[in-house]
Design a protein around this ligand. Structure first.
Ligand code: PTJ
Length: 258
């Protein structure tokens, strides 16, 4: 029996998971999603989403590949240049990286907005509370006084002074038609999704094929480093980013390990 067999399947606190466990990051991720479901933050479907993401991450090598790092830097540049950037939060994002999303929002002066596929008042409130517990001062998405055109499900409900008015939107962990509808509204979309073939990264100006657990702190680090960069420097970073290459490089890594 290896020492790792002693990690209980029913971990109560993530500190119980040894950092040198070969599947450490995956175990932490699973634990946070389970906790999210128990707290009424994450929908049960979020577990399926997590399982899919985990399989892609395994094939990616559970690391930020160079093209994803370039995407995270370009995303930071976009967010710093934006007039009104908004970070969209669903039940998986809230469970996995609540504090990290608050830090990114602070670094680029963005709003946080809860936007759910399985929208209920209870989940919206629970997620907003959870974000506040992690330092968020203002959480949008509760008013939902505007609609994304050409979208006939709950994700269409947005705040008029939030996602509806945003010029740059970060859209993590959703494969769906909202990404396409936001494109039609001519917003710049930054998508975080471990599946490069998913519709959202396929339509995004900046597709980030990386685990959100690594992607968000890295975006914040880039934003902090670029905080004093000139507008011209930020625009150069964006222009030099090649979205087709980023998608192809991620697919190549997943399919062939290259
Ligand atoms: O909280 P709600 O009600 O808004 O529902 C959220 C879920 C996630 C259930 C809903 O958006 C959904 O069903 O999403 P999908 O269609 O399963 O898409 C989720 C995408 O995120 C998939 O392409 C996964 O590969 C990817 N993904 C899952 N976990 C991660 C991830 N990408 C990056 N980091 C992860 N940790």
């Amino acid at each position: 029996m290896s020492e790792y067999d002693t990690v209980s399947a029913d971990v109560q606190h993530e500190e119980e998971i040894p950092e040198d466990h070969p599947r450490y990051q995956d175990l932490i991720t699973r634990h946070r999603i389970e906790n999210g479901v128990e707290k009424g933050i994450t929908h049960l479907q979020g577990m399926h989403a997590e399982g899919r993401g985990s399989a892609f991450d395994y094939l990616l090598g559970e690391e930020t590949i160079p093209s994803a790092d370039a995407a995270e830097r370009a995303a930071a540049a976009h967010l710093l240049l934006a007039e009104k950037p908004v970070l969209s939060i669903n039940g998986n994002v809230a469970a996995l990286v609540p504090g990290e999303m608050v830090e990114l929002a602070d670094a680029v002066d963005a709003d946080l907005e809860v936007n759910l596929f399985n929208r209920t008042p209870e989940r919206i409130e629970a997620i907003a509370d959870h974000l506040r517990e992690h330092g968020a001062e203002d959480v949008k998405g509760l008013t939902a006084d505007a609609r994304i055109p050409n979208l006939d499900h709950q994700r269409a409900k947005v705040d008029a002074d939030g996602i509806y008015a945003a010029d740059v939107v970060v859209v993590p962990l959703e494969d769906g038609d909202r990404a396409e509808a936001l494109q039609e509204m001519e917003k710049t979309e930054i998508v975080i999704d471990l599946n490069p073939l998913s519709r959202s990264p396929q339509v995004a100006e900046i597709p980030i094929v990386d685990n959100i657990i690594r992607a968000v702190p890295n975006m914040t680090a880039h934003a902090e480093e670029l905080a004093t960069a000139s507008e011209a420097e930020l625009r150069t970073i964006i222009e030099e980013f090649d979205r087709e290459h980023a998608l192809a490089a991620a697919e190549e890594r997943i399919r062939n390990g290259v």
